[in-house]
Design a protein. Sequence first.
Length: 326
Amino acid sequence: MRANLFGGLFDGDKKTTTKKASSGGSGGAKKKPAGKKTSSSSSSQKLEPFPKDYAQLIRQAQASLQAALDDGVELLEIQFPSGGLDTAPGDVEGNVENNLTVAHLRGICSQFERNGTAKTTRVFFPDPIERSLALTGAAPSPDGVRPPENSQTKPQFASFPGPIDYLEQPDFLSVSGLDKMLGTRKTVAMRVPESDTAFVVAYPCTNVSELVCTRELREGELARAGPARPIVMCNGELERTRSEYYPSFWNVGEMKPLRGFAREFEGVYFVHNYKGSNPAVLFRAYPGPWQVLRRRRDTDTYDIVYTCEEYPGLQKVALDILPKYP
C-alpha cells in the first residue's frame, strides 16, 4: 500500500537578500531545444526570490511555465524537492515523495486551465498503477478499510480536464526487449492524437525505460508534419542522465542518446539543495538567471552569492562556485 503524508507542505517565511551577487559566464552551456524562441535577456529580469512555501513555489512555477511556453520552448524541465523546500531527493520515502510531487504538480498544471489548453494537455504518469492512483487515489485494503487520513493517496488529478495517460505498461515483452526485436513495440508517440497541444510527464525517474518512452515521444514530435508540441517534465531527475551518475560503460547504446536528450531540456523552474553545515541552493525561475544562494540558518534568510545565464551544472556549483562564497 502506498503511503501519503501531506503534513508540512508549507515552510515558514524566509527572506532572500543580495549579499555578494556575482555574474557568471555560461558555465556548462547546453544545447537549446529546436525551435526555441529567444526571450528578453534574463539579466534584465528582476531576480525571483526563493519561495517561502509551496504555495509560492507553485505560483512561481506556473509563471515560469507560461513564460517558457510563450517563448516557444519545446522541452521544459521543472525540478524541485517535494518533501520540504530544504530537502533533497531521497530524504523522503519514494512513494511518499511521488505522492507529494503529484499534489504540487496538480497545482502547477492549473496554469493550463488558466490559458485555456487543459483539455488538450495530456499528462503522463510512469505506468497504469501510478495513473490510477492520480485519478482515483489509493484502493481500499483487502478488508475494505481505507488507510488513515494522513497516509492516503488522494485523487489529485480527478478534476483535471485533460487526458491522463501512462508512459508504458511493463510486461514480459517490453521488459525483455523482445517487443523491439519482434517489431511489435507501440511507442507513446503512436498513441497520442493530433488534437493534443502539450504533454506533461510526471517523475519518469524510477527506471531508464521511462525516460526512453519520453524520448520516443519527442522523436515522434520531431517527425510529425506540424510543429513539435511542448513536453514538460516534472521531477525527472535529469541530472542523473546528463551527468556521469550512470557509468559510461553501462548500457552505452541506450544511455548516450538519452544523455543528449536530457541536455536539451531548459530548466524553467529548478530548486536543488546542497546540504551540510553551510547549506546552499541552486535556483532558477524562467526567464530569470540561475541563482546560487547560501542558506543562513541563524537568520533564516538566503544570500544570493552567484548568478549566471546558462545552467552551471550541479557539480560545478558544488566544487567550483560554493567554495568561493562561504
